[in-house]
Design a protein around this ligand. Sequence first.
Ligand code: SAM
Length: 293
Amino acid sequence: MEKLSNPKKTIEVIQKYKFDFQKKFGQNFLIDEHVLDKIILAAGITKEDFVLEIGPGIGTLTQYLAEAARQVTAVEIDRNLIPILQETLAGYPNVSVLNQDILKTDIEALAAQYNQGRPMKVVANLPYYITTPILMGLLEGRAPISSITVMVQKEVAVRMQAGPGTKDYGALSLAVQYYARPRLAASVPPNCFLPRPAVGSAVIHLELYPEPPVRVKDEKLMFALIRASFNQRRKTLVNSLNNAQNLAFDKEEISRALGDLGLSEKIRGEALTLEEFAALSEALGKIREERSR
Ligand code: SAM
């Protein structure tokens, strides 16, 4: 079958099935073969790999993945796409399609079923309305995943790889960088999709760490500190952490912890590295322990 990356073929399939694009599912299908090649290259797919694709749409990227990988499972929420996928992927016996919500998918079970429990590669042109929940679910879920290569909104890609002191640096940057090393692989303009999205897009490759680059006793506390710091990013860290209802540290305790780390009590959260947030959470964790003795 002629590849769907040819826009004429995509339009033919959509017309044949009278497919209605669903905005609520973030449906923007890829119609540019160069972008598809770049995604496969960035993901580093080989014939050894088991790949999980999120949201195959009509199967455009899936066809490329099936040719490059050993085995592909594609999880699609929209049941109207299932009969289309049956036709467009008929020539690829190494693909299985699941009609379900990725947020409810047991990824560990897929690794066990298709990859002897070993780490898989995740590849997707993500539905933008749930980019963050999908990515954080994959990262925090600790399922066997070695890398994630995804199309996201350009500004989200920039935020994921931003460092301290920049305007794009925030809770998402730190959450992603705790689990993975991000690399921007390509910028993709709206005319590479059908229909065209209102925003620019980018492919980002996340190489997951076997172990996080910093060690903390209480991950929950560290992420609560990060969220509180960026909720009020124009305030000093002492004030924004003191204002956070769920943290219950007073100003003196926060200043003391900052002093122990050699940081100024005037510092803002946006200036702290991941290592410094980790050290701060260790220091505040200790203060909390001492207080409860
Ligand atoms: N991979 C196709 C491509 O590149 O042409 C389609 C990408 S489109 C941006 C996103 C796809 O994700 C759509 O097919 C949409 O129906 C699907 N989707 C949206 N929400 C989903 C969810 N919660 N679980 C699984 N698939 C979802």
